[in-house]
Ligand binder design. Structure first.
Ligand SMILES: Cc1ncc(COP(=O)(O)O)c(C=O)c1O
Length: 323
């Protein structure tokens, strides 16, 4: 299986700072010892989980002879910010389809998108929900008429290509997880690709650790289906000798609050508490996932939190975080 991973790793453009470190959260009052895999250190403007996925997507785009990236997300999308950065580093033009209208104050991820001269198209919440993939296809058709060669990256780069980045991350963690007897890895699940890659990596490497996703939107049913689908497509496309079923996918719910990207009191308290330990969580993903992990991991002795980044949205949520 090692050779299979080595072969997959040739299908990427190196952009992330890796391997990321793992640190112990010292003197933290919790029944389990908590380690943190610092994927918020994958870079500065490229910080977080998305750059690992984009390394593989951009390789695929170059291989297909494309010169322009199209992707989508919310106004404060981490994924969009990292796509613009990765595109700028590797010579792609980047178009973003963002949900909503331009905000009054240009800040956080959106500020960086603008600074790096992303070309932005805004769509309503309804349009985004109903037909975002079609909208990106239509944009691609328009760009082709201008002699561009567009490559569409789906929301969160969560497809069979992007998920390969987290097979690699699982490989990075395997030795540590086994040496330290880590019982479970916790992470935020927002579009499913990170979880899918970790699960494929766990199976390829025969790693003996639970992977527990805390969903930050939608439902367990939705994500079980989506993660299974991403895994099946990757298994097919890269001829991986394994199988995945929805029973392999372990998710917990109850930590979304009023909705996606809407922070709540206990989450904000967790963000503030963790900041005292020098760990900055974000209000959309890692704050909810870390809070969920603290509530649901009391039976374990040693756990690991995959910190997937999101630092720039902290600035966009300053009012909610510090009243
Ligand atoms: C900071 C952060 N953490 C976690 C996630 C969730 O990862 P995934 O979309 O692969 O489920 C995202 C993106 O959705 C993110 O931006």
């Amino acid at each position: 299986m090692k050779e299979i991973i080595e072969k997959l790793k040739k299908r990427k453009i190196n952009l992330a700072w890796k391997p990321t470190p793992v640190e112990l959260l010292e003197n933290f009052p919790h029944p389990a010892k908590i380690y943190i895999k610092r994927d918020d250190y994958t870079g500065l403007i490229s910080s977080g989980n998305k750059i690992r996925k984009l390394e593989y997507c951009l390789y695929d785009a170059k291989e297909k002879g494309c010169d322009t990236l199209i992707t989508c997300g919310g106004i404060q999308s981490n994924h969009c910010r990292v796509t613009v950065y990765a595109g700028r580093k590797t010579g792609f033009d980047v178009y973003l389809v963002l949900r909503g209208t331009p905000p009054e104050i240009t800040q956080g991820n959106f500020l960086l998108d603008k600074l790096m001269s992303a070309k932005i198209k805004y769509v309503t919440y309804e349009e985004y929900k109903e037909r975002i993939n079609e909208i990106m296809e239509e944009l691609a058709e328009e760009l082709k008429k201008q002699d561009k060669k567009p490559y569409i990256i789906p929301e969160g780069a969560s497809n069979e290509v992007g998920c390969l980045g987290y097979i690699e991350c699982m490989e990075e963690m395997k030795e540590f997880v086994e040496k330290e007897n880590i019982e479970a890895i916790y992470l935020a699940v927002g579009s499913g690709g990170t979880y899918a890659g970790l699960l494929l990596g766990k199976k390829l490497l025969n790693a003996n650790v639970k992977i527990i996703g805390v969903i930050v939107c939608d439902s367990i049913k939705f994500f079980k289906g989506k993660i299974e689908d991403i895994c099946h497509k990757a298994i097919f496309q890269y001829e991986l000798p394994l199988s995945v079923s929805s029973e392999d996918v372990e998710l917990i719910e109850g930590y979304i609050g009023a909705g996606y990207a809407i922070p709540y009191e206990e989450e904000i308290e967790t963000i503030k508490e963790m900041a005292k330990y020098g760990i900055i969580l974000d209000p959309v993903y890692t704050g909810k996932a870390f809070y969920g992990m603290l509530k649901e991991s009391k039976e374990f002795k040693k756990i690991l939190f995959l910190h997937t980044g999101g630092i720039f949205s902290v600035f966009a949520y300053s009012r909610e975080i510090i009243q």
